[in-house]
Design a protein around this ligand. Structure first.
Ligand code: PPE
Length: 307
């Protein structure tokens, strides 16, 4: 899990404040009604210095999430990009996990959010391997959740809204209590959607498959990166609805996410996937992905922003 940097600083509504001072009122709209949109992104120590991975794309998604919920962010995207770089430097971090969050603050109680003040905060933390230290090399055991992902006309999964993570919490807690590292949620129709905090890829007969946006997923930025890396390495990468049963017949499965990076899955519902360990295509994709992040493979997509 994440670690709070001692004496850390947080960017809060345009100012750098001490960690302890970045607080909200208990009657803030967000506390009662979950009115927030956020991002999670990483800064890596590359050979050429620290750099944030896909900064513009994450800030763009933050604005898109806000737009769906009629939240007017009182800063420009450029200002928030600058703030992300600034908060990593302020905390003297080289590797960091960044958490920009936009939320509705304190005015009056009641569902109607009209007129609530909009606040923006950006924290930088250290955050190790999301699914455990061994997860990246060995893979994790997961279960299909008894909870479904959100249908499109309920809570839009395209928006990275704080409230969507109540659903994620149900998926994650059930999985952990049952002895798994993570849960895979299905759509209401029984097709594979995603993990509680990750997208999912399947390898079958040398091809890569991932559920489309219509499968109630968050359109992940790591997913998009793996999509492009997969194509560059010569694989067919196909967006397709995946029935639950195909998970068990996959040659390889892996999760993608800013926090999870590229994490292999070694079993689903105690059924081993492939040989029950990280597969060769997953490993090749990981090598390329981590190669770009360390600066050892050329960043030809312009994904890294030097801080
Ligand atoms: N689906 C969900 C539901 C999700 O939360 C994430 C990221 C993804 C897919 C992958 O998206 P991307 O990071 O753009 O590749 N989850 C974030 C929060 C995790 C948390 O526990 O907090 C993350 O990885 O930062």
């Amino acid at each position: 899990m994440s670690e709070v940097p001692p004496n850390g600083k947080i960017w809060f509504d345009g100012k750098i404040v001490n960690w302890q001072e970045a607080t909200v009122h208990v009657l803030s709209h967000v506390v009662h009604y979950g009115s927030s949109v956020f991002e999670g992104l990483r800064c890596y120590r590359t050979k050429q210095g620290s750099a944030i991975f896909r900064l513009q794309d994450h800030i763009k998604r933050l604005f898109n999430s806000a737009k769906i919920y009629r939240i007017q962010i009182p800063f420009t995207p450029e200002k928030l990009e600058q703030a992300c770089k600034e908060i990593v430097r302020e905390n003297h971090l080289e590797d960091a996990y960044l958490r920009p969050i936009v939320f509705r603050g304190y005015k009056t109680l009641g569902v109607d959010p009209t007129g609530t003040p909009i606040h923006v905060a950006i924290a930088a933390l250290t955050w190790g391997k999301y699914l455990g230290d061994e997860a990246i090399n060995i893979g994790v055991d997961v279960k299909v959740s008894s909870w479904n992902r959100l249908p499109a006309n309920t809570m839009p999964s395209i928006a990275k809204a704080g409230s969507n993570y109540m659903n994620s919490q149900l998926i994650k807690m059930e999985a952990v209590l049952d002895g798994y590292a993570e849960g895979i949620a299905l759509t209401m129709e029984g097709y594979v959607s995603e993990g509680s905090g990750e997208n999912l890829f399947m390898v079958r007969d040398g091809k890569l498959y991932t559920p489309p946006i219509s499968a109630s997923i968050l359109p992940g930025i790591t997913r998009d990166s793996v999509f492009r890396i997969g194509k560059e390495l010569g694989y067919d990468v196909i967006e397709e609805m995946i029935p639950r049963s195909l998970l068990y017949l996959a040659d390889e499965l892996f999760f993608t996410g800013s926090a999870a990076e590229v994490s292999p899955i070694k079993s689903v519902d105690r059924i081993p996937i492939g040989e029950g360990k990280r597969g060769p295509i997953t490993e090749r994709i990981q090598q390329h992905f981590f190669g770009i992040l360390s600066g050892e493979i050329e960043d030809k997509y312009g994904w890294l922003t030097r801080i």
